[in-house]
Design a protein around this ligand. Structure first.
Ligand SMILES: [Zn+2]
Length: 224
């Protein structure tokens, strides 16, 4: 397995992302997982069953995209096949964050998509967050369903399970999960308190285009 890049530096970013997920309520216990592409053929992922508060750099596992073979002292997250399937289908994806955040979970158990109701969701996610068909956690069927529902988007809901956000970087993927969670919360409260007005298809396209072309500082990837 080729793994030429700085996996120690990447591991630090993965552990830092896990700590943010835990401290902001996107996950509890050992649920959820985080990965980052190491090379065209491999990715580094959190291990199975290790609490985020105890996670060490050396606990992370490198997984071959095609064969699923691993290098590391622990077993990878049981959702490694899901991550591998997304990396194989989407060469543009450099990182994946999977959360069990509560408001996204409301839509996941209702098996209801989240529409682009706020500008930041249109800008960052680019459209509807679809729901993958139900399949058991860790199964090949879950990976197939998630890839089919994700298509070229930035997020997908896993039925009765949670949320997956993707991006070029871990920061991007984490921000996608945070924005979708906030949008799910707002949509739920808006429906309970009134009649939400959703953004139109053309408005979403223009917001997304403007964000990709103009947001942040020239020559940087700054997006916040
Ligand atoms: Zn999960």
């Amino acid at each position: 397995m080729r793994d030429n890049l700085d996996t120690a530096g990447m591991a630090g970013e993965i552990v830092a992302t896990c700590r943010v997920m835990m401290s902001t309520g996107l996950v509890v216990g050992t649920w959820g997982n985080v990965s980052r592409r190491c090379s065209p053929e491999s990715f580094q992922i959190t291990p199975s069953g290790v609490p985020y508060s105890e996670l060490l750099l050396e606990d992370l596992v490198v997984v071959d995209l095609q064969t699923g073979s691993c290098s590391g002292r622990l077993r990878p997250s049981t959702e490694a096949p899901l991550h591998a399937a997304i990396y194989r289908m989407r060469p543009d994806v450099g990182a994946i964050v999977h959360t069990h955040s509560p408001y996204a979970a409301v839509f996941a158990v209702n098996r209801a998509e989240i529409p682009p109701l706020m500008e930041e969701m249109a800008q960052l996610v680019g459209g509807i967050v679809r729901v993958a068909r139900y399949a058991a956690s860790g199964s090949a069927e879950l990976a197939e369903g998630a890839v089919a529902a994700l298509q070229d988007g930035a997020a997908v809901l896993l039925a009765n399970h949670g949320l997956v956000g993707v991006g070029r970087t871990l920061k991007d993927a984490l921000t996608v999960c945070q924005v979708v969670e906030k949008s799910a919360q707002v949509f739920l409260w808006a429906r309970l308190s009134g009649t939400p007005h959703l953004l139109g298809e053309q408005e979403v396209l223009e917001l997304r285009r403007g964000f990709l072309q103009n947001y942040g500082q020239p020559g940087t990837n700054a997006r916040q």
